[in-house]
Write a protein that binds this ligand. Structure first.
Ligand code: BGC
Length: 607
């Protein structure tokens, strides 16, 4: 406990009116609020939802936007106290909303790298790119321990193993927050808690497990983050044994705040309290009384303020709870040094040239190399030689958008090479080192010819998705009721597909491979995916097979390893399924995966 800091918090809290306190408890989306409203309603925080960006999405547009909100928050007069606004984004694999940012592999790939030092450096680079845009806070890292590959957010998870997630959680928080100096941003571990354990992997679904399993699998990775001083925690959309986490006083107020001594603040997820009751007025009290401190309200923040004010006046939310929430928010703002920082335009890292720089991209490229898992390598097909004549094919070969996956520029990601500025596709990376390589004319490999091509690299796999829209639902009825509304979309969401069997999910991929092998050219398959998939047919049709996850903007990292400049070193942090839509996890009773957790060949190994 830092006495000087606590005194500052108490002194400021003591000067605040109820309206000023409740305003601090509100976070809303940039589209829903003007700077003058931030002042008039004493708003504590503004965010960019997935894909939401100012102006032309250039670094200076972000700095200007942040500057305007900050200046409004800092005007002091009789009605308003100068309390700096905190701006939050989902920088979950680099500063992924912003044009020209360095995009790192999604967490699932980083899990295969097994390198805490790398995670720490990625977090430091991400912090610098965030600071370049005048932003203070990222909703990362995700500490989900994904236990079912059907879940659309599996790629946001480092591993099915809580030990890997735990080892990374401290390293990542340390990289983002450091010693809370000029090069720090505020970290946010999410989603508290059990998001990766829902039945059938349904996003925002119900995690039906005992308390001891909740503790040993899903809570465990939060300890290193709290030890490293993580300043914020996001509540989860999922339920635990039927009770929604957003209204769970035991999990929020007792386990997290009291037992685990978390002194920062809890933010809700996007309109996350709206599902606590049919009646929004009641939902506001339920979320506040359960222990949420700041509320992410996409649009209807006026109603939220009116309702919470009403509750305090009528006594259904005690003033002590409001004071506790605001104390926590102010504590974070003071601890982060926000009161001492100049306006965003005048901060040392704002508009910094290192944003998207070669030095940053080198770290992302290293991460790509280390995340690749070699599952099969017959006839010593790998490493390739740079003087070979190589046919490059497959729908994901020249598609940086697909390489990056969801949460890149747009919430659901993008397709093609036009939106992610500054990256390199896998094809471009191969072409740069192997002059004799060609891109298949229509991508499907029908132009394969053993007289012209010694070998083919076929890049296959999933297309981008995010959250519930990435779920795989195996029931007959693939259009299902999602756990809740997501980002203002209809409650009924169409999932990504109905099977984890790639040959059924994306038959075009196997077709491309066999178009080439049937013409007598051996194939190295590189699969992009947000989760392990059932790939028996593609594996047996390929001579070598690489799981590349969602590598991000630096496609050259794939060529670095395919051509043997660096060895394969990635090890599965998720068990690879054998033959059906079931996931098995390390430690399960009937554990019979095709490739066990920890599997991964090196390039000179033959298999
Ligand atoms: C996601 C969070 C994210 C938030 C803000 C929600 O839909 O569940 O992970 O931080 O949106 O964009």
């Amino acid at each position: 406990m830092n006495t000087e800091l606590e005194q500052k918090v108490e002194a400021l809290l003591g000067r605040m009116t109820l309206a000023q306190k409740i305003g601090q408890m509100v976070q809303t989306e940039r589209m829903a609020i003007e700077p003058e409203q931030v002042k008039a309603f004493h708003i504590g925080s503004v965010l960019s939802g997935g894909g939401s960006c100012p102006g032309d999405n250039q670094v200076n547009d972000w700095v200007d936007m942040n500057d305007a909100y900050w200046m409004a928050s800092m005007e002091e007069d009789d009605e308003h106290l100068a309390i700096p606004v905190l701006y939050g984004v989902d920088a979950v694999h680099g500063h992924n909303n912003v044009s020209g940012a360095t995009i790192f592999p999604h967490n699932i790939g980083l899990g295969a790298a097994r390198d805490e030092d790398l995670l720490n450096r990625i977090a430091q680079v991400t912090a610098k790119e965030i600071l370049a845009t005048g932003v203070d806070w990222t909703f990362a890292p995700t500490l989900a321990v994904a236990r079912n590959n059907l879940w659309g957010r599996t790629y946001e998870s480092y591993s099915e193993d809580p030990d890997i997630v735990g080892a990374y959680s401290g390293a990542f928080v340390d990289g983002l927050q450091g010693d809370l100096g000029d090069d720090a941003v505020v970290a946010c571990v999410k989603h508290w808690v059990g998001d990766g354990g829902t039945t059938e992997g349904i996003d925002q679904g119900d995690t039906r497990i005992s308390e001891s399993e909740l503790e040993s699998v899903h809570i465990k990775p939060y300890y290193p983050a709290i030890d490293n001083g993580v300043l914020t925690v996001m509540a989860s959309f999922n339920s635990w044994n039927g009770d929604k986490c957003h209204g769970h006083k035991y999990l929020l107020s007792y386990v997290l705040k009291e037992r685990m001594s978390f002194n920062g603040f809890v933010i809700s997820d996007w309109d996350g309290i709206d599902y606590l009751s049919e009646n929004y007025f009641e939902a506001v009290a339920a979320g506040t009384n359960a222990g949420i401190d700041m509320f992410m309200v996409s649009e209807h923040w006026h109603h939220f303020i009116d309702h919470l004010t009403h509750h305090v006046v009528q006594g259904t939310v005690p003033m002590s709870r409001i004071d506790d929430a605001v104390r926590r928010i102010l504590r974070v703002k003071f601890a982060f040094g926000l009161f001492e920082k100049p306006r965003p335009k005048a901060r040392p890292w704002s508009n910094d040239q290192s944003f998207g720089s070669e030095a940053h991209r080198q770290i992302a490229r290293e991460a790509v190399r280390k995340s690749l898992v070699l599952l099969k390598n017959e006839q010593q097909l790998l490493p390739l030689a740079k003087n070979q004549r190589i046919l490059v094919a497959g729908k994901n070969a020249d598609n940086i958008g697909h390489q990056c996956g969801g949460f890149t520029i747009a919430w659901q990601g993008t397709s093609g090479n036009e939106f992610v500025v500054g990256g390199t596709s896998i094809w471009q990376g191969i072409r740069d080192v192997a002059a004799g390589s060609v891109l298949s004319t229509n991508g499907t490999g029908e132009d394969a010819d053993p007289a012209l091509h010694d070998v083919a690299v076929v890049v296959i796999g999933e297309k981008p998705y995010a959250e519930g829209m990435g779920d795989i639902r195996t029931g007959d009825d693939v259009i299902v009721q999602a756990g809740s509304q997501i980002k203002g979309l209809l409650k009924v969401l169409e999932p990504y597909g109905d099977t984890l069997v790639l040959a059924d999910l994306h038959p075009e991929d196997l077709q491309t491979i066999t178009n080439i092998t049937s013409r007598g050219v051996p194939v190295v398959t590189v699969m992009l995916s947000g989760r392990p998939l059932v790939t028996n047919q593609e594996l047996s049709a390929s001579t070598a097979f690489v799981a590349a996850w969602l590598p991000g903007s630096e496609g050259q990292g794939v060529a670095d390893v395919l051509f043997g400049d660096h060895d394969f070193s990635g090890k599965l942090s998720f068990s690879w399924p054998r033959s059906d839509n079931r996931t098995s996890n390390i430690g399960d009773d009937d554990y019979r995966p095709l490739f066990a957790y920890g599997y991964g060949l090196s390039g000179n190994q033959v298999n």
